[in-house]
Design a protein around this ligand. Structure first.
Ligand SMILES: [Zn+2]
Length: 164
């Protein structure tokens, strides 16, 4: 799938919740100094994609959706970026909904235990994403992720609960 319909879908969902977005809500620019594919700027409510590290169309779509989920959560809830549980929850949702755990591929490979594989992958990636964040201080990222996992994994808003 091309990224544009997903961007439009999330933009509409965010606006439907009453949040305003800049016209250039998603921007793709070269970020030579950072080793990230994308990021969500809470200050500007803008998704920034790194044109240097976005290798191919499929990984670009995953990165876009990952950051769009952060943008949606930023609007939907009173995000407290100093609360490890808030950080863990949005990372769980972003990893789960972006398809970066490759559920279609996993399904082809592993006919049994597919659901658990997805969960393990999402938990691992969410823990990696929040590791080293100042909000965690000396808490174990895996433990923080585990404490909110069930609720946040089940929360697929604004996407339908069952994958399309
Ligand atoms: Zn993230």
């Amino acid at each position: 799938m091309h990224a544009a319909p997903m961007v439009a879908y999330f933009r509409d969902a965010i606006r439907a919740r009453g949040c305003t977005l800049p016209d250039d809500f998603v921007r793709c620019i070269p970020l030579p100094d950072v080793d990230v594919r994308g990021q969500f700027s809470t200050q500007h409510s803008r998704v920034i994609l790194n044109s240097i590290t976005l290798a191919d169309q499929r990984s670009a779509l995953r990165t876009v959706v990952h950051e769009l989920v952060h943008a949606y959560d930023h609007c939907r809830v009173e995000m407290d970026y100093s609360d490890p549980k808030h950080l863990a929850c949005t990372e769980i949702r972003a990893s789960n909904l972006s398809g970066e755990c490759g559920w279609t591929e996993e399904f082809k490979r592993m006919q049994f235990g597919f659901a658990r594989q997805q969960q393990k992958c999402v938990a691992r990636r969410a823990a990696l994403s929040i590791r080293g964040h100042t909000a965690l201080r000396d808490q174990d990222p895996k433990q923080v992720v585990g404490s909110v996992f069930r609720r946040c994994f089940a929360d697929t808003e604004p996407l339908p609960r069952d994958p399309l």
